[in-house]
Design a protein around this ligand. Structure first.
Ligand SMILES: Cc1cc2nc3c(=O)[nH]c(=O)nc-3n(C[C@H](O)[C@H](O)[C@H](O)COP(=O)(O)O)c2cc1C
Ligand SMILES: [Mn+2]
Length: 502
């Protein structure tokens, strides 16, 4: 087994596993699909293939990533941590100690070498080529997601550009507001590589947009890689099979051969439009703001191409699982620079940039503060608004335990660090856009070297008594409903709670 090779193999797999429902009743891409999807996602329901979308010949796939199980199926891995360990194997390679080690090392190096995209001459994504007036976005079942959205938006694209200075490829996922049959806005936020490519151009930048990819390549477009690393290379590595690319028809870019649909076109540096409002993943509408205009020169596609979509909005939504995949997959890379980090969690309810809980192997006074600053200096994590630091034995994914540590171990006068720095493009809370306050909460145990009194020991039963009670449990005749959960008061239940807590 390997991750699915294209969207159709993925749909077939989902169907075999009972993870997909086909809907042949006619549905409206204007709001109706959102409401159906929102209910399905929040119930932990299946992927949806709408085969009869009002106004379009094309089927629409949504909620392909909406549960942990499907996300793992996408990577063909038992858990997202297993995907991460594939990466840490390579990152943590040591000089080989013996022959067996050498052979293993070579296999790992080969897996990197094989990750480079391959060029092919013929591609399913170019079975149909539409240029000029034939190339029209009106053909596609583009969703208007929320009532106050400015227009329909393409929500699950892989947008391909090249850095005009170096020729290095970048792939990113940025929504595209439909402005007409041959124009969209391009929502390149200020901190993103795609935006940097655009800013580096003198006049015009060529752009290609792949829609309907195999799930790992689609995920990779959303991965926060350093600027000089090609996201298709990550996709190749995680798939264990190179991404196949073909020369585009009207622009000098290479596009995925396995895509369902490819949009080709360009962006003039000086042409801007008011983008938005858009019901965003923050749970609020992002107000209108100027963004570049994408002009379409061609659409290429497969016969009966399937259009992929996603709805973002008040968390949890389907994108929660794309974010969780990134959280897990990037842990080994984070540990390379900050090895004292044991684990971290970006709560779904925190829309990813609002909160980061991190556990550390604490070794010296001020260590928690060191890690806060490290987080505020690391790639896209630098936009994190609140960092909570706990000791290594605390489960960062157990929010009740984290709250317990914050309550029990924090003296707000001593353990809260307030500072300032860059904030997410979409964060509406700060007074100024892009810049504002940050909070770090040190919920670790403190010692005399940090000016505290002696820290009291935590309550623990002895292992001997625990073993004794385990042995004798039947004798007591007490039946416990374990589903009631450790005597904890539950605030929400079922799939929603599981999604929030991972
Ligand atoms: C469903 C979804 C929609 C997204 N929409 C946008 C967007 O409109 N604009 C943006 O800048 N980032 C958006 N992102 C986040 C970027 O895809 C992500 O930051 C990516 O790493 C950017 O790649 P880049 O830095 O190579 O440009 C979205 C992510 C997901 C999962
Ligand atoms: Mn990038």
């Amino acid at each position: 087994m390997a991750p699915p090779s294209d969207l159709r193999a993925w749909i077939a797999l989902l169907e075999r596993e009972g993870e997909l429902v086909r809907i042949d009743t006619q549905v409206d891409p204007d709001l109706e699909i959102t409401e159906i999807t929102d209910r399905t996602v929040k119930a932990g329901g299946p992927a949806l293939l709408f085969e009869n979308v009002k106004g379009s010949e094309h089927s629409l796939l949504i909620n392909q990533f909406g549960t942990e199980r499907r996300m793992c199926m996408a990577f063909d891995a038992p858990s997202l941590d297993d995907v991460a360990s594939k990466l840490s194997d390579v990152l943590e390679m040591q000089p080989p100690a013996g022959l067996v080690d050498k052979v293993r090392g070579l296999q790992k190096l080969k897996s990197i070498a094989d990750s480079r995209p391959k060029t092919v001459r013929r591609a399913p994504s170019q079975q149909i080529v539409l240029e000029g007036d034939d190339a029209s976005l009106d053909l596609l079942p583009i969703q208007k997601c929320w009532p106050d959205d400015a227009a329909p938006f393409i929500t699950l694209p892989a947008v391909i550009t090249k850095d005009p200075r170096t020729g290095t490829r970048n792939v990113g996922m940025y929504r595209m507001q439909k402005l007409g049959p041959r124009a969209t806005a391009m929502h390149w936020q200020i901190h993103k590589d795609g935006r940097a490519d655009y800013l580096a151009t003198d006049g015009k930048i060529e752009v290609a947009v792949a829609l309907g990819l195999d799930p790992v390549t689609a995920y990779s477009a959303s991965a926060p890689l350093p600027k000089h690393i090609d996201e298709f290379m990550l996709a190749g590595f995680l798939r264990g099979e190179a991404v196949e690319l073909v020369q585009a028809k009207t622009v000098d870019l290479e596009v995925p051969a396995n895509a369902e649909i490819v949009l080709e076109g360009y962006i003039d540096k000086d042409e801007l439009t008011e983008e938005g409002p858009f019901g965003d993943h923050t749970g609020y509408y992002t107000p209108p703001e100027p963004f570049p205009v994408f002009r379409l020169t061609a659409i290429t596609m497969r016969r009966d191409a399937i259009y992929p979509s996603i709805v973002v909005g008040k968390p949890p939504q389907e994108d929660a699982w794309l974010g969780k995949a990134t959280e897990r997959i990037f842990l080994p890379a984070i540990r390379m620079t900050v090895p004292e980090i044991v684990d971290y969690d970006l709560p779904v309810a925190g829309a990813f940039h609002n909160c980061c809980i991190v556990s550390i192997r604490k070794a010296f006074p001020g260590h928690a503060q060191k890690v806060m600053h490290a987080i505020w200096g690391l790639g896209m994590l630098s936009l994190t608004k609140a960092v909570v630091v706990v000791d290594e034995w605390v489960d960062v994914h157990d929010y009740e335990e984290v709250m317990f540590r914050v309550g029990a171990n924090v003296d707000p006068a001593r353990d809260v660090l307030l500072t300032e720095g860059p904030l997410d493009h979409l964060d509406h809370a700060p007074t100024r856009q892009f810049y504002g306050g940050k909070i770090g909460i040190d919920a670790t145990h403190k010692g005399p070297a940090e000016g505290t009194r002696e820290w009291p020991p935590e309550i623990q039963m002895t292992p001997e008594v625990q073993a004794l009670v385990d042995r004798r449990w039947e004798e007591y005749g007490i039946s416990l409903d374990t589903a009631a959960g450790n005597g904890r008061i539950r605030q929400s239940s079922g799939p929603l709670r599981r999604l929030i807590r991972r």
